[in-house]
Design a protein around this ligand. Structure first.
Ligand code: SF4
Length: 476
């Protein structure tokens, strides 16, 4: 079997989902608008409603794929008003509100923002946002990423139609295909970093990406909002770790005025720093209900994650160290340990022994950054960011080095998305793919890129034919 061409996966995506012809009057499909809102691919610092009011998105809400508004539980701030909580409905045009009879449907009573593609008036009697003009990158640049949705809930234990053709591939060809899917995923993440860096700068874009990664699944948006408010250069003074922790926890709304029963002295030290500083953030402090604190592992508690992030803006800014780390050689395993050393905190006696400000002391100290989270930060933030910079700087040698490091990176933790992808794409076969993060990323990429366009029965999915065609020697 011939080696797969480096651009094969990209060609498959273009064949399966040909990009539309973009022109001035182009109107994207509604599901693109949902993806833009969901991932906030917006100039978040410059949002204005159609009515001309400043809009801050503290949380975009949770995507609702059942009946009712598109996003539930958003947290927004209009102008200088207090924080508003409610739902967000997305329609292509303002007339969609009446046309879809939302106005008379009680399920839409709690909609606090109507999002449309382009309009200069809305007429729903609610604040409205026109996305066109607020995107963080041109639509054509975002199109490959927008065209796939996060897969719907798919039945577990059911093999997809691609399972047979994929399992028929020689082992090294399957490995190569998964690797190409992983590289395509890396590229798309890099493009998102580049888009953010154009407006916020390289350091800021990495900082926001790192904090978003620390938010894990449920707290990505409040983490990113904190990162927009406090960042590199905002620590009260160099080496002032306590001041940086007070700022981050205070802006996050995670320092209540009431001291916890345990560790009151630690709380008081942070509070005393924060209350002198908090006027600076008047109106921006996140409400505590922006956070989802239930059902998470203690190590993922945002208080502890923000305590770690404070190290990055006080005594140990990682940006220069990351450049040096990339320039240094070494295999991916030693590089992953080294990156953990860069992103891991220096000495932090309190947070090494506590999950939260009010928790009991742990018998055995725990590092603020474990290897699993370091891997997440590497594949979702650090390496995409480095690739984006190498691309922007026209440095193909650096691009190659970043890709090699990504491909060799040790595997992270398994999750439900991965298990589902293995089952549907590979039938849960015990076939051995390399135990690397890139294998995991590639499987998740295939699922997002192809399953995201299809359904539980794989209706219309082109992947089985593309794989079968390649086996039979047919292009593409
Ligand atoms: S939708 Fe396509 S990629 Fe997903 S399992 Fe079915 S055939 Fe495979």
């Amino acid at each position: 079997m011939p080696k797969l061409p480096a651009d094969l996966y990209r060609r498959w995506i273009e064949t399966a989902f040909p990009p539309p012809a973009f022109h001035d009057g182009f109107i994207p499909p509604e599901r693109w608008l949902q993806q833009i809102w969901r991932h906030q691919r917006l100039l978040r610092d410059a949002l204005r409603t159609i009515e001309g009011e400043e809009l801050r998105v503290l949380h975009p809400g949770f995507w609702n794929r059942a009946a009712g508004p598109d996003f539930r539980g958003a947290i927004l701030r209009f102008g200088e008003s207090t924080v508003v909580r409610g739902d967000v409905e997305i329609d292509l045009v303002p007339a969609g509100w009446k046309g879809h009879r939302h106005a008379v449907n009680p399920a839409y009573r709690n909609v606090v923002l109507h999002v449309v593609w382009d309009a200069d008036q809305d007429g729903t009697g609610r604040p409205a946002l026109a996305l066109r003009g607020h995107l963080d990158a041109p639509l054509a640049e975002m199109a490959p990423w927008l065209s796939a949705e996060a897969p719907r809930t798919l039945p577990e234990g059911v093999r997809g139609q691609c399972c047979g053709p994929l399992r028929a591939l020689p082992a090294d060809t399957l490995d190569e295909l998964v690797r190409l899917a992983a590289l395509a995923r890396l590229e798309r993440k890099a493009e998102a970093f580049a888009a953010r860096a154009r407006h916020a700068g390289w350091h800021r874009s990495l900082w926001e990406g790192l904090l978003g990664g620390l938010g894990y699944r449920n707290n990505t948006w409040p983490m990113r909002r904190v990162a927009e408010l406090v960042g590199p250069g905002d620590a009260p003074a160099p080496e002032d770790l306590e001041g940086a922790q007070a700022s981050l926890l205070g802006v996050a709304g995670l320092l209540s005025a009431e001291p916890p029963r345990r560790n009151p002295a630690r709380f008081r030290a942070l509070w005393d720093r924060w209350w002198r500083d908090r006027d600076r953030f008047h109106g921006s402090i996140l409400p505590v209900d922006a956070w989802r604190l239930g059902g998470m592992r203690p190590a993922n508690h945002p208080q502890r994650r923000l305590a770690l992030a404070a190290h990055w803006i006080s005594g140990r800014p990682p940006f220069g160290a990351i450049d040096a780390w990339m320039a240094a050689g070494g295999d991916a395993v030693s590089a992953s340990e080294a990156l953990r050393g860069i992103l891991g905190a220096g000495a932090d006696p309190f947070w090494e022994r506590h999950w939260t400000l009010g928790s009991a002391s742990l018998e055995i100290g725990q590092p603020l950054l474990g290897m699993a989270r370091a891997t997440d930060l590497a594949v979702n933030a650090v390496l995409p960011w480095l690739l984006a910079r190498a691309t922007a700087g026209g440095d193909p040698a650096m691009r190659r080095r970043v890709e090699e490091r990504y491909i060799g990176w040790p595997a992270g933790e398994e999750n439900s998305v991965l298990r589902l992808a293995r089952q549907r794409l590979l039938g849960g076969a015990r076939r051995v793919l390399p135990r690397t993060a890139a294998t995991q990323q590639g499987l998740m990429g295939l699922e997002r890129d192809f399953c995201g366009h299809s359904d539980a029965l794989c209706s219309g999915c082109r992947l089985p034919d593309l794989v079968g065609g390649w086996m039979a020697g047919a292009a593409p």
